[in-house]
Design a protein around this ligand. Structure first.
Ligand SMILES: Nc1nc2c(c(=O)[nH]1)N[C@H]1C(S)=C(S)[C@@H](COP(=O)(O)OP(=O)(O)OC[C@H]3O[C@@H](n4cnc5c(N)ncnc54)[C@H](O)[C@@H]3O)O[C@H]1N2
Ligand code: MOO
Length: 393
């Protein structure tokens, strides 16, 4: 059976589930989620002509002036200025009707209530005034559907008069680590065992996305134990396993998934690392079986699991971003699978790390990007253009 190209596998995976239902969530609970409908302003910003400086509101063509009132942010609306009148004003305070300029207090001279200019430069009408509705006006579309809601977008929505926003429900993700050799991370490590790092890895990667993670712990390489684990994870939107995805006698994830009533969609991708990736559905859950090698689990999570989570959250562009870069050092030809080399960006460009084995976690921890080498690529020299996938800092 030919291995499935990465892009085809990504498309098929995302087609296995629709974005989750929409709910209204409080602003801060929306952090990192994607807006499911356009958001419009319910108010004008600024709500009136406001001063952008501490100083005096006045008519530029006049002077000297008499300071007859004060306007503060949050204070009463000032009354209109008469001829030769000025208002003491502070940043964010509304201008009195009739004022056309702000004289900064550094450029003013004040004796009692008598105000004159301390500098000779022209006082431009309109300077230091933020006009009513100049940021946005009632009814303006502030944020289109599909926007990722981070700090600036949430602040804009708050200023636009919103307390709640429509977003997709957060996915529930069950993580199952398979392998007889595994002990929980941090527990004693008797000979023949190793700490299970993949659940830590995946949970930390998923921490960048709004989702609820249920770490189901370690399940031995035993058909009935694994089948039971799939049933236990039945309420999850995504069930992700690591290990047991390949062809060995103890690689039981596929048979256990089938025994638990799961429907396989695809298995084995034309990529390195990550070939044994499995995908399917079980009821309303999407199942993703990642390879056990930690580097393979990382790369497949970056290319498949995180995009699936973003898709369920309603992201219109869930796949990882790519960028162009130059090679800092030469690399050999790619094999028959697309290769995702762990690499670092240097001042000279992307530098592939020496250790490219799927179990080389030490090198993985030094990588800040992946170099994408399409299957069959010839050797490449320093300075050649290549594609990278930046990794989150
Ligand atoms: N004859 C073949 N052998 C293998 C093939 C193949 O095509 N033919 N594929 C290889 C590839 S590629 C990969 S990748 C691995 C992945 O296999 P599995 O998903 O079945 O992974 P395991 O065998 O269970 O484990 C691999 C390796 O990773 C360690 N591991 C597993 N889980 C964890 C964890 N939670 N934390 C840390 N380390 C973990 C495990 O101890 C193994 O060393 O198969 C190749 N074989
Ligand atoms: O494809 Mo496996 O993931 O090489 O290590």
């Amino acid at each position: 059976m030919p291995l499935m190209p990465v892009a085809e596998a990504q498309t098929r995976l995302l087609a296995l589930a629709n974005p989750l239902p929409v709910e209204d969530a409080a602003l801060l609970a929306c952090t990192g989620r994607w807006l499911s409908a356009d958001v419009h302003a319910t108010r004008d910003q600024p709500w009136a002509d406001l001063s952008a400086m501490d100083g005096y509101a006045l008519r530029a063509g006049e002077g000297p002036w008499d300071v007859v009132q004060e306007s503060t942010a949050g204070g009463p609306v000032p009354r209109p200025l008469g001829p030769g009148e000025a208002a003491r004003i502070f940043t964010g305070a509304p201008l009195p009707a009739g004022a056309d300029s702000i004289l900064m207090q550094e450029n003013a001279e004040r004796n009692g209530d008598r105000l004159s200019r301390a500098t000779a430069d022209a006082l431009e009408p309109g300077v230091h005034i933020r006009r009513l509705g100049s940021d946005f006006a009632t009814g303006d579309r502030l944020l289109p559907a599909g926007t990722r809601l981070q700090a600036p977008q949430l602040a804009l929505a708050a200023l636009g008069g919103h307390a709640m926003l429509p977003v997709r429900r957060c996915p529930r993700i069950a993580i199952i680590s398979t392998g007889n050799e595994l002990v929980p991370a941090g527990a004693p490590v008797p000979p023949g065992t190793l700490p299970s790092s993949n659940a830590v890895l995946l949970s930390a990667m998923l921490a960048a996305l709004p989702c609820d993670i249920e770490d189901q712990g370690i399940v031995p390489d035993d058909l009935s134990a694994m089948t039971h684990a799939f049933a236990t994870a039945g309420q999850a939107d995504i069930i992700v396993t690591t290990g047991g995805a390949s062809v060995g006698d103890h690689d039981l994830v596929r048979p256990a998934f089938a025994a638990a009533g799961g429907q396989l969609d695809f298995w084995k991708i034309r990529m390195r690392p990550g070939k044994p990736l499995i995908a399917g559905t079980r009821g309303a859950s999407v199942f993703l079986g990642l390879p056990g090698n930690p580097v393979s689990a990382f790369v497949t999570a970056h290319l498949f699991l995180l995009p699936l989570v973003r898709h369920l959250l309603g992201s219109p562009a869930p796949l990882p971003s790519t960028a162009r870069a130059v090679l800092a050092a030469g690399i050999g030809p790619a094999g028959e699978r697309d290769e995702y080399l762990r690499a670092r960006m240097t001042v000279d460009g992307a530098m592939a790390l020496n250790a490219q084995d799927s179990a080389a976690t030490h090198a993985l921890a030094q990588a800040d990007c992946l170099i994408l080498r399409p299957a069959g690529s010839p050797a490449a020299r320093p300075g050649e253009n290549i594609t990278i996938l930046p990794l989150p800092a």
